[in-house]
Write a protein that binds this ligand. Structure first.
Ligand code: UDX
Length: 436
């Protein structure tokens, strides 16, 4: 099928490459010329495992190309809209400028019978509001949310847990759902559930999923706060809870909490939208979810200060991690960097290292000192703070090796990812989050 993808950021770049790998003929469009030039060479503009491989396969096979010219979308059967919906500068609501622009720029090129499938995360009600602009051209709007996780984006695109398609309850809507079923034919054939819903449900699935995940993380971090005053160990608690099949262990990882380009902004936008709809009380708990999340960052700072005897002024602190999670170079709303910046604000001499995110971190927080090499970063440190659970720190850094480099023997495990007993046995003062 001929397909266009409008917006080649995280979502669009991965989606374009994934569609080409399914055998479609894909053109990706973006206004950023540099990005398009890189993608056209098979170079991913961000760190994402397997993406470059997939891009090159598509480019070599002649099924994938990238352009800055929106007119190149002409003739595609389906147009995927994959532009961003950042937080507004003046409120917590989502800024829909890019989605509206994309639809308006796409509209003159639409033909009767074509499908516009929007993947961007939007406030519920957006599809209904934008649909007339698509219908005016004889095309049909569907909402097809994306659930991909950074670091697993390729896999999540090719083998998603489910495919959700929100349509208008009209014959054209039903026909458009069939077109999407055809786009994802092989995925559906392999057993992936394909759910056809109304627009509002499809829009809600995405924000509700992110709200649930954020709530689960904050739940276990709230338990960590209770553990801290009772002597319980939140990691053992999470293991025990996780054995209950109704609860499950995933997203019960305690520590400094969630960040990134989605969870924090999506729950804020959800609260804003619910308030607009007069249902603020229904999701008021998400404000607590956010509050717990932010408290954990402060708690990691406090633990470090305490472990260093009450003050960190001029202490050399090595922060292991900058990305908001491992397998990513994304530092948007990164709890890791917030901890680093706060320690620096208290007068500590902070050195940050990370296997992937330092270029981004340098641009965003030039006040911090960055060292690419992990061991070089550890040399002479009074304390080590682990804030992103990369394997380089979790598995491939032994307490003995770390001790051969640092001056002090204090480690704060902001992700509860280290073997506390092993670090203690090697002479370290170990502090975890919600662990005795
Ligand atoms: C998330 C959703 O998972 C995905 O479905 C959606 O499409 C986009 O948002 P992503 O932002 O890539 O994906 O990150 P995710 O892997 O979900 O992690 C989010 C944050 O939660 C990270 O900062 C991570 O460190 C933190 N986290 C995750 C925890 O603190 N504990 C956990 O147990 C899991």
């Amino acid at each position: 099928m001929r397909i266009s993808v409008i917006g080649c950021g995280y979502l669009g770049a991965v989606h374009s490459a994934a569609l080409a790998s399914m055998g479609h003929e894909v053109v990706g469009v973006d206004i950023d010329g540099e990005r398009i030039a890189a993608l056209s060479q098979g170079v991913a503009p961000f760190f994402e495992p397997r993406l470059e491989e997939l891009l090159r396969e598509g480019l070599d096979a002649g099924r994938l190309r990238f352009t800055t010219d929106i007119a190149d979308v002409a003739g595609a059967t389906v147009h995927f809209v994959c532009v961003g919906t950042p937080e507004r500068k003046t409120s917590r609501a989502a800024d829909l400028t890019f989605v509206e622009q994309a639809i308006d720029e796409l509209a003159p090129h639409l033909e009767r019978g074509q499908v516009v499938a929007a993947k961007s995360t939007v406030p519920v009600g957006t599809a209904e509001r934008l649909s007339p602009r698509v219908e005016a051209r004889g095309a049909t709007l569907v909402w097809n949310p994306e659930f991909l996780r950074e670091g697993w984006a390729v896999r999540d695109s090719i083998e998603p847990d489910r495919i959700v398609v929100g349509v208008a309850g009209t014959p054209a809507g039903e026909a458009a759902a069939d077109v999407l079923r055809e786009v994802y034919r092989d995925t559906v054939a392999s057993g992936t559930p394909f759910l056809v819903t109304d627009w509002a449900t499809a829009e809600l699935v995405k924000v509700a999923a992110n709200a649930y995940l954020a709530t689960k993380i904050s739940f276990i971090n709230a338990m960590a706060e209770i553990a801290e005053v009772t002597g319980a160990d939140v990691t053992l608690l999470a293991d025990a809870l996780g054995h209950d099949g109704r609860i499950g262990r995933r997203y019960l990882g305690s520590g400094i909490g969630f960040g990134g380009g989605c969870l924090p902004k999506d729950i804020r936008a959800f609260v804003a939208r619910a308030e607009e709809l007069g249902r603020g009380e229904s999701v008021a708990f998400l404000r607590e979810v956010e509050a717990v999340n932010l408290r954990r960052r402060e708690r990691a700072v406090q633990l470090t200060v305490d472990a260093l005897g009450g003050q960190v002024f001029e202490k050399r602190i090595t922060v292991l991690g900058a990305a908001f999670k491992p397998h990513s170079d994304d530092i948007r709303d990164s709890p890791a960097l917030e901890v680093a910046v706060r320690l620096k604000g208290l007068g500590a001499a902070v050195t940050v290292t990370d296997p992937a995110a330092l270029d981004n971190a340098r641009l965003r927080y030039p006040q911090l000192r960055y060292v690419d090499d992990r061991d070089e970063a550890l040399r002479g440190a009074d304390a080590v703070v682990v804030v992103t659970e990369w394997d380089e720190y979790r598995r491939r850094l032994t307490p003995e090796h770390a001790a051969s480099l640092t001056a002090g023997r204090v480690v704060v495990d902001g992700r509860n990812c280290l073997d506390a007993a092993a670090w203690r046995a090697a002479g370290w003062t170990y502090r975890g989050m919600g662990r005795p």
